[in-house]
Design a protein around this ligand. Structure first.
Ligand code: CP
Ligand code: NVA
Length: 294
């Protein structure tokens, strides 16, 4: 999200709507084009939505994971990038450390898409903003409350909300706040209100959407015990959503850990829009692919 302008982000949201309304129109847009997907970490939604998006656009996706490629034997990202640039039209990569993605991008002559790093999850945030816009008709005067870990998803939402005028209140434990550089950048970009709280009850007041994500992200497994303790009071449950607007809706990037950051009761309720949110990953990936490869 740090690399996107407000205009580019708005273009993605508008283009996603056009693509979702008339997918057949885009059927051959990527013929003869190849997208390489690289995964150092597991994925269900990102992998499948990018692959299906590429196929439905008439292109060809190739997925590599770190275990089955030469990455497992230490070939550098820079060298992989130089080679992949000669075969394909874009790379989407999911990596542990953001620097790996930067190395990939610096050594590629083709576009590189962040499919999740420790710092950001921009493709997710674009789909989330689209989902809120679709649900409300506009992002004007919309308030999102993010409850839980100030992680990659939270960082990308901070920048995305700042650029689209969405008010965002984040409630996280003191040791799990969002990235400071991203937070101050979001606050300086925003016309909307970007606020941090400790108490989830404060953050969700008047919220149109409540969002949460896992307490133990990929790569945080060694901190599991301390994280589970720190996040005990940050569960999205019926009691918490009662404090938000009456018609508020609940979001989660998924996969969810039912009974931890979100209860079954909330995830399976009519307040939950997580499946629409997941579906929208497919439509937004198409907008991203079309813009970057074209
Ligand atoms: N939300 C998301 O990125 O899901 P995956 O980890 O399944 O790709
Ligand atoms: N924050 C989570 C998102 C998973 C899609 C993680 O990084 O594991």
């Amino acid at each position: 999200m740090s690399d996107l302008s407000k205009q580019e982000l708005e273009y993605f949201l508008a283009e996603t709507r056009a693509i979702k309304n008339n997918p057949a129109r885009y059927r051959d847009s990527m013929s003869d084009k190849t997208l390489v997907l690289l995964f150092e970490k597991p994925s269900t939604r990102t992998k499948v939505s990018f692959e299906v998006a590429m196929v439905q656009l008439g292109g060809y996706p190739i997925t590599l994971d770190s275990r089955s490629s030469q990455m497992s034997r230490g070939e550098s990202m820079g060298d992989s990038a130089r080679v992949l640039s000669r075969y394909s039209d874009a790379i989407a990569a999911r990596v542990y450390t953001h620097e790996t993605l930067v190395e990939l991008a610096e050594n590629s002559s083709i576009p590189v898409i962040n499919a999740l790093s420790n710092l950001e999850h921009p493709c997710q945030a674009i789909a989330d903003l689209y989902t809120m816009k679709e649900y409300k008709g506009s992002l004007e005067a919309v308030k999102l409350a993010y409850v839980g870990d100030g992680n990659n998803v939270c960082n990308s939402l901070l920048l995305g909300c700042a650029m689209t005028g969405v008010d965002l209140s984040v409630a996280s434990p003191p040791d799990y706040k969002p990235d400071e550089t991203i937070l101050s950048r979001a606050q300086s970009l925003a016309d909307s209100k970007i606020k941090l709280y400790n108490d989830p009850l404060d953050a969700v007041q008047d919220a149109d959407f409540i969002y949460t994500d896992v307490w133990v992200g990929m790569g945080d497994e060694s901190e599991e015990e301390e994280r589970l303790n720190a996040f005990q009071d940050y569960q999205v449950n019926t009691e918490l959503i009662r404090q938000a607007k009456k018609d508020c809706r609940v979001m989660h990037c998924l996969p969810a850990h039912r009974g931890l950051e979100i209860t079954d009761e909330v995830l399976d309720s009519s307040k939950s829009i997580v499946w629409e949110q997941a579906e929208n990953r497919l439509h937004t990936q198409k907008a991203i692919i079309l813009k970057l490869i074209e």
